[in-house]
Design a protein around this ligand. Structure first.
Ligand code: CA
Length: 244
């Protein structure tokens, strides 16, 4: 159940949002001030924060900055004035979003869902990956790549790839079903124990690093991982630079 940190000092707005979110099966921690919010965030991890900009003790932007010192938690900002929107847009928004008051609770729930989807949460809403037994035939292994399960290493021909733990898991997921396109969310789900702590860009960064290591092992091998723009990544079973 996704856990949302709601920071809003107007009780009427907060009550409405808590009700709407809890009805939609979110667990909500409500804080009236920035200080309380930071204390709550330190007590337990949250999947997403909803931050009112105008708080009694600090701004929602300050709260965001402080939260980000310890976690990449995605944020939905609530703003009362257009002047605040400019300041929000001045931040690097990434997986974040904002809404202008007045808003409907339904809109907030939809935005929170979208943020969680983008950042790898609400996993049950994704079509589940087909299992190997459902496939009409076992996919061809990717040329040249070998997995040594006992050593937990991946080799490209005779070269052992020096992968980090996440790179290893990512590449393994791709290798298990060559040709299948995985969305970033699916890759996050497979390769990270806590996908909420990372964003789509994390997947991109790791893929980039894996490609560099493939290339170092054999120039051209980086093309084995294909980018499907706007969708995700797949490993091409046929491509192997040394055999072209
Ligand atoms: Ca306020």
């Amino acid at each position: 159940m996704p856990r949302v940190l709601l920071v809003e000092d107007e009780p009427a707005i907060a009550d409405t949002l808590v009700y709407a979110l809890e009805t939609e099966c979110f667990t909500v921690t409500h804080a009236l001030t920035g200080t309380d919010a930071l204390a709550a965030a330190a007590r337990e991890p949250h999947d997403c924060a909803i931050l009112d900009i105008g708080l009694p003790d600090m701004t929602g932007l300050d709260v965001c900055r402080r939260l980000r010192e310890t976690s990449p938690i995605p944020v939905l900002f609530l703003t009362a004035r257009n002047t605040e929107v400019d300041r929000i847009l001045g931040l690097e928004l990434g997986g974040d979003d904002y809404v202008t008051k007045p808003f409907s609770p339904r809109e907030i729930v939809a935005r929170v869902r979208a943020i969680l989807r983008r950042t790898g949460h609400v996993r049950q809403s994704f079509p589940s990956a087909p299992t190997t037994t459902n496939l009409p035939h076992k996919p061809a292994p990717a040329a040249g790549l070998h997995h040594d399960a006992s050593a937990m290493r991946i080799h490209l021909d005779a070269t052992t790839l020096d992968l980090t733990a996440h790179e290893y898991k990512l590449l393994l997921v791709l290798m298990e079903q060559p040709g299948r396109v995985f969305t970033r969310d699916q890759l996050l789900d497979h390769a990270w124990e806590d996908p909420g702590a990372v964003t789509d860009r994390t997947v991109d960064a790791h893929i980039k690093s894996i490609r560099a290591k493939l290339r170092a092992a054999c120039p051209g091998a980086e093309n084995m991982i294909e980018t499907r723009r706007g969708i995700g990544y797949s490993l091409q079973p046929q491509i192997h630079p040394a055999r072209k």
